[in-house]
Design a protein around this ligand. Sequence first.
Ligand code: MN
Length: 427
Amino acid sequence: MTSWIETANAPHCHFPIQNLPYGVFARNGEEPRCGVALGDMVVDMAVLESVGLLKAGGTDTVFDKPALNDFMGLGKTSWDSIREQLTSLFAKGGNDALSGNDILKSKTLVPMSAAQMFLPFTVSEYTDFYAGKQHAMNIGTILRGAENALPPNWLHIPIGYNGRASTVVVSGTDIKRPLGQTRAPGAQVPSFKACARLDIELEMGAVVGTPGTMGQPITVQEADDMIFGYVLLNDWSARDIQGWEYQPLGPFQAKAFATSISPWVVTKAALESFRANTPEREKELLPYLNEPGPMIYDIDLQAYIQPEGADKATLLCHTNYNRMYYSAAQQLTHHAIGGCKMNTGDLLGSGTISGPGKSEFGSLMELTWGGTEPITLDSGESRRFIEDGDTLTLTGWAQGDGFRIGFGECTGKILPAPDFPVSDIKA
Ligand code: MN
């Protein structure tokens, strides 16, 4: 299938007609509203809804809003219907209500270069998991040695912690280096300073569409049905702050300062033909966590770093979402099993995605083995961790036959730590 928007038909384009990911955008001076990415255009869904060419099925309009939440809350029948309506409007040889109307086209199609992107949905709450086995093995080996790498619960529970929704930001948002409390190796007392071991975590985020009910557990199939789609997610991490604070309750300030997500939510429908099985279980799971079918996806993922002034970015790693040990559906089921209510707009981080072999490690902590093995960038500079001025970019796509279901980019630049009136804050 091809689109009459010709840029959507290029084989490496992230946004062909098979994708149709949703986001929130604004033209100069206008209010943010919902849009869909197609080729190098953003389609204004609020305009199409206002002229009756998109009908989401509820009683109210849902697209002239600065967030996807109202649409996401309508559920699968509406999601499938809108996807069908968009496909018909934009496929070559389809419905000509838009393609044959030049005035409406000029109101509806906005060049991506002229669109400012916003957070695609209001993040209700954010939970981050630790569900990539290679990552857990690597981090465990660095911190505790190979014998004690995996905690005893790891093969039985998708481990997670409750993060901060308030500092989830859209790609392109600059991030200030965090201040915090750390303790140097061998030191007796901690010190207060700017993070010196700032890192990325290459993750996918699952976006909850339909809500659950407090006190009512959900099955893995129900959890999969509740998921609206997926984004790229960078779980920025302050390793030195984390190392001092994380026992016994897990990360706190080390992860609370920022989480970046890509602006386009790629729907589960677009990813349907890329479903993959989680790897063979090393320990049998308790039955409530068993998956009735394949629930992870074959999605190529890459991370890049570009120092300030460098003319190009250096590839840090190339891995795949199919490396996950637990799916987002299993994580959602586990999250709700004790009675926790899940909301429209909840965001679930997958956990850092690493594969076997250094070229597949999804964090600098792993790539430089805890900072002991610096890497050399294409510019000739070396890095143990992120420096001020560095821009980190994640990208990803599912490779189809002649097309890509792309996620675009999730990017962020690190700025120096904030000024703060305490004498000993510099690293
Ligand atoms: Mn993480």
